[in-house]
Design a protein around this ligand. Structure first.
Ligand SMILES: Cc1cc2nc3c(=O)[nH]c(=O)nc-3n(C[C@H](O)[C@H](O)[C@H](O)COP(=O)(O)O)c2cc1C
Length: 219
């Protein structure tokens, strides 16, 4: 698939098969990720490629648990539900939509690795630049994966509750932040569009473009 088509057709994929990804394909994606622009040339990143079955399982469990906590916070409780009933619903919902994370053959953990190259007065901006750079690298990977028929989903929120446990699972130093994770695998199917709940609030690209001055949108 061509790059433009891959950009258009990349989607957040949340259902995977256990079909393996061969090493050559994986290496190609990793190299494409790491040619992304990097602020100050810092390369404040590393990609942990998780293929070991036991480790993958722990990462998937942690992400699914975190998704349950995320949905409990982000979704409103059903009428009359207690906090405990709502939390129970959220855990079940996460399990229902993400269960195949446990069989995805690869997880990529994109880690922010401080390089100590920003003076104190640039530390905050430098940190943001490092995060932007990591996100650019992962977008390269997401698009390249789509071109290869492989699914991914940028995941930043679900692991947020348990970063220390994730560090422990992967042996990451305390100052390394597993900021973005994704399963990588062949999907059951690529979603063609957005889920209805997201689609109904989606702005058109024209509504987000201002010509010359703020306010002159094209919509
Ligand atoms: C910064 C960022 C963080 C995200 N975090 C999560 C996440 O924690 N879990 C998840 O399932 N999806 C996550 N997503 C995926 C979005 O939900 C998804 O991109 C959005 O709904 C649009 O769908 P699309 O990627 O198919 O276009 C994240 C996306 C971005 C850009």
């Amino acid at each position: 698939m061509e790059a433009l088509e891959a950009i258009r057709r990349r989607r957040a994929v949340r259902t995977y098969t256990d079909r393996p990804v061969d090493d050559e394909t994986l290496d190609r994606l990793l190299r494409l990720a790491l040619v992304a622009p990097t602020g100050s040339g810092a390369q404040a990143w590393s990609l942990v490629v998780v293929r070991d079955e036991a480790v993958r399982r722990q990462v998937a469990d942690l992400v699914i648990d975190g998704a349950g906590r995320y949905f409990a916070i982000m979704r409103p409780p059903a009428d009359g539900h207690t906090a405990e009933q709502h939390a129970e619903w959220a855990r079940g919902y996460a399990e229902q939509i993400l269960a195949t994370y446990r069989i995805a053959p690869v997880w990529i953990v994109a880690a922010l690795v401080p390089r100590g190259n920003y003076p104190a007065q640039m530390a905050e901006g430098g940190h943001l630049d490092d995060l932007f750079s990591l996100a650019f690298a992962m977008e390269n990977l997401f698009v390249a994966a789509r071109a290869e028929g492989l699914g991914t989903v940028p995941t930043t929120a679900f692991q947020r509750f348990e970063k220390d446990r994730l560090r422990e699972i992967l042996g990451l130093p305390a100052d390394v932040d597993p900021a973005i994770v994704t399963p990588l695998g062949y999907p059951e199917a690529f979603p063609e569009g957005l889920p209805p709940a997201i689609k109904k609030n989606r702005r058109t690209w024209r509504a987000l473009v201002h010509d010359d001055r703020w306010g002159a949108v094209r919509a």
